[in-house]
Ligand binder design. Sequence first.
Ligand SMILES: [Zn+2]
Length: 267
Amino acid sequence: MREGLTMDTKNVRTRLLIGQLSKVFTNKCALDLKDIRDLHPKKILVIAPHADDEVIGCGAAIEHFVRKGVEVCVLIVTQESDRSIAKTYQYVPEQRVEESYEAKSILGYHELLYFDFPELKLPGDRGLQDRYCEELAALIEMRRPDCIFIPNVNEMHPDHRIIGQLSLLTISESINEQRLRRPAMVIYEIWGPVQMNSYLEISEEAYSKKIRSIHCYKSQMCSVDYEQIIRFIGNSRGSDLRQTGTKGGKIAVAMAEAYELHGVNDF
Ligand SMILES: [Zn+2]
């Protein structure tokens, strides 16, 4: 009985989320779209607000660049706090951390790092925001990535928005103060569309890894069916690309990840 109720709740949550997403994921392509495969970075840093955003937002990009031999590091900014969902579904924060390592082993990237900011606390706490900026500045100045994936500042989730804003601010300051050479900045989308100016076709292999890695997050999959969400966003962006294309013609892809790329002059 309890299992049945949980499944119903999960289906309702999933349908509601897809309904919300379908209102905002309308065609927002630039006319001359760039293929992200034309980027050739050496060191990538992916900034993910929560463990699982790296899979949903840019799992195919991680898969692509790892296959090309690029060093990819994922930074998870927040850790699970005592919010209600954890209590409802009876899992402990450590479980999500373990799940992120399982997902890492499927995507095959180089390194997984954690900051320890409590979930949903950054948006209203200037002290925590300052600490995030300091810790991120120290990290990027030590590691010097030449490509950084950053969450979209127009996301529905307040953690995604604030981490997107603070990350852009911190990276800009490091560049202006000449503590960091200008990296390619790739804004990616989780629950809110970017102004797409670049994309990556999700290959069958990448799609398979994306789905297998999101299924590692059992603590999250029990509340929403993120496989459906990933399929919805991928199909939606594939459809946008088929309708818009590039100067050279239409782009025939089934599924895609969309990005807003900045800081690359000789692309
Ligand atoms: Zn998130």
